[in-house]
Design a protein around this ligand. Structure first.
Ligand code: NAP
Length: 515
């Protein structure tokens, strides 16, 4: 991780095991966890909870208060290498299981996630800050991917091809890719790991996961449940670290790792791709977005406002599929802006643990600084602040729900992901203008538009250069559908049948001598 303050806070000395467990139990008590063993602070390698070699630890902080809540093993390249070794050793046995056997294990894992959803949500909120209701939604959504892939494991079908030679038969079989490294961000600390580990394990791969430094506790809780679900030692390993570069360099250069599945920024995705080129690994990249949300004159404005609010402000605006640019046609512009501002102003900012909170804190101070820079730059370049525009009175990393109008295409706030509760609204006149504006970005993850004209729905849906387009909806994520981007938003898909294919190799068997 890039944050030198965090590195400075890393602990040099390993506290005795008993003291660490006592600290975890204190935190478990403060979170109201009935099952304190869900709070793990060591990495997990070869089926063992494992501290870092030098005993180093780093603090995980509550973004709502800035207070340290746990000290987690600060692992490096050597531990990552051992995790890869463990995953490689576990591979032959795991991939030799029948799909039905792997499915049964994943099903147990899914059921444990659902049974512990409230406790897992409390852990997500403690380290990430999102409101508890949203955190619970994240657990259920992540678990749904595990349920889906537990079933889909049984359908890794190959094919037979009509032969060109009567003495031969042509057959295609699917086999697991091998050891997979999964690197994930902080904004969905539970579900992003579940979305990668579930299809990988279903396919017969083994996994080394590296969660974000800000939010390792959710990944470790998920792993505790994996252990209880009797996922065999070495099949799922977790390396926690405050220096992602060292672990990333190992995972991308180790020849035993056959695939990198990364969710995070486009910048880091490009870096990992370059690093992995030396051993020609398969890459799956879920990267940044710059989603347009277009409201046409013929839209149901009520629905458009409601969906735009959810799309923009869910997770405090910290999602890759957030509406980053809201484009509204001239005929409904004033009505939309007034109603959108009224609904946005009614959102309650507060602690994720407080009843009724809609928006929690930003993840850390760099995130706050980025939002402040983008808003200040937009205002300096002529944008108008309709509501908000400054840090919230709660202090820390809380930021006001903000709406800007008179935003233009040449501002930084238009080009970059805001990743905060700031909505930028543009006015447009024609459909062609909206499509050109929407596509004018190197990103291509999600796009949304609102219209009641069926012909326009098809026309615009096909013209938008995005991996996912929602018509008359601000939400599109489900385990049933392929999630992913085009252009610089990524390569590959998560969820659906395509999500399993990501972890399968295609092998062609030419069987001769049959005459
Ligand atoms: P990030 O800085 O790219 O970090 C993502 C992960 O990569 C973290 O685990 C991070 O570790 C690690 N990392 C950073 N530098 C690395 C390196 N040199 N080598 C190996 N690993 C490295 O992204 P973020 O700020 O956490 O997350 C926000 C970004 O993720 C946004 O751009 C968002 O759009 C994107 N995102 C995309 C999707 C999608 O499905 N397309 C979903 C969610 C988020 P540290 O935490 O220790 O830095």
């Amino acid at each position: 991780m890039s944050d030198s303050n965090r590195l400075e806070r890393a602990h040099d000395l390993e506290p005795p095991h008993s003291r660490r467990r006592a600290e975890s139990r204190d935190l478990a008590d403060s979170l109201g966890l009935a099952d304190p063993d869900l709070l793990r602070t060591d990495g997990y390698v070869g089926g063992r909870w494992t501290p870092a070699d030098a005993g180093r630890r780093f603090d995980v902080v509550d973004p709502a208060t800035g207070a340290p809540i746990a000290a987690v093993a600060d692992m490096g390249a050597a531990e990552a290498r051992r995790a890869v070794d463990a995953a490689e050793a576990a591979l032959p046995t795991w991939r030799a299981l029948t799909a039905k056997q792997r499915s049964a294990v994943l099903r147990r894992w899914y059921e444990l996630m659902v049974a512990h959803a409230d406790e897992l949500a409390a852990i997500v909120t403690a380290e990430m800050g999102k409101p508890l209701g949203e955190a619970r939604g994240e657990i259920i959504s992540g678990a749904a991917y595990v349920e889906w892939f537990a079933e889909e494991a049984k359908r890794a079908y190959g094919e037979t091809i009509p032969t060109h030679d009567p003495a031969m038969r042509l057959v295609v079989i699917k086999q697991p890719v091998g050891v997979v490294a999964a690197i994930t961000p902080w904004n969905f600390p539970f579900s992003t790991i579940a979305r990668k580990a579930a299809p990988a394990l279903a396919a017969g791969c083994t996994v080394v996961a590296k969660p974000a430094e800000d939010t390792p506790l959710s990944a470790l809780a998920l792993t505790e449940l994996a252990e209880r679900a009797r996922i065999p030692p070495g099949v799922l390993n977790v390396v926690t670290a405050s220096d992602p570069a060292a672990v990333g360099a190992e995972l991308t250069s180790n020849p035993a790792v056959k695939k990198i599945s990364f969710t995070g920024s486009t910048e880091v995705g490009k870096l990992l791709t370059a690093q992995a080129a030396g051993t020609v690994k398969k890459m799956a990249l879920e990267l940044g977005g710059n989603a347009p949300l277009i409201v046409f004159d013929d839209a149901d404005v009520d629905a458009a406002v409601g969906h735009a609010i959810v799309s923009k402000f869910r997770n405090g605006g910290q999602t890759c599929v957030c509406a980053n640019r809201i484009l509204v046609q001239a005929g409904v512009y004033d009505e939309f802006v007034d109603r959108f501002c009224a609904e946005a102003a009614a959102l309650r900012i507060g602690l994720g643990t407080s009843e009724g909170t809609d928006i929690g804190p930003l993840i850390n101070e760099q995130a706050l600084a980025k939002v402040q820079r983008l808003v200040a730059g937009a205002v300096a370049d002529g944008a108008t602040v309709r509501i908000g525009g400054s840090p919230n009175a709660l202090g820390g990393t809380f930021y006001e729900t903000t709406v800007l109008t008179d935003v233009s295409g040449d501002m930084d706030i238009t080009a970059e992901e805001v990743f905060g509760p700031v909505a930028s609204i543009f006015r447009f006149d024609t459909e062609d203008e909206a499509i050109a504006e929407a596509n004018d970005t190197p990103y291509g993850l999600a796009a949304y538009f609102f219209t009641r004209d069926l012909a326009r729905a098809w026309r615009v849906g096909e013209a938008l250069e995005y991996g996912m387009v929602a018509v008359n909806s601000g939400l599109l994520m489900t385990e049933l559908a392929p999630f992913g981007g085009v252009k610089e938003s990524g390569i590959g898909r998560e969820g659906a049948r395509a999500g399993l294919e990501e972890f399968l190799e295609t092998k062609y068997l030419a069987i001769g001598g049959l005459a």
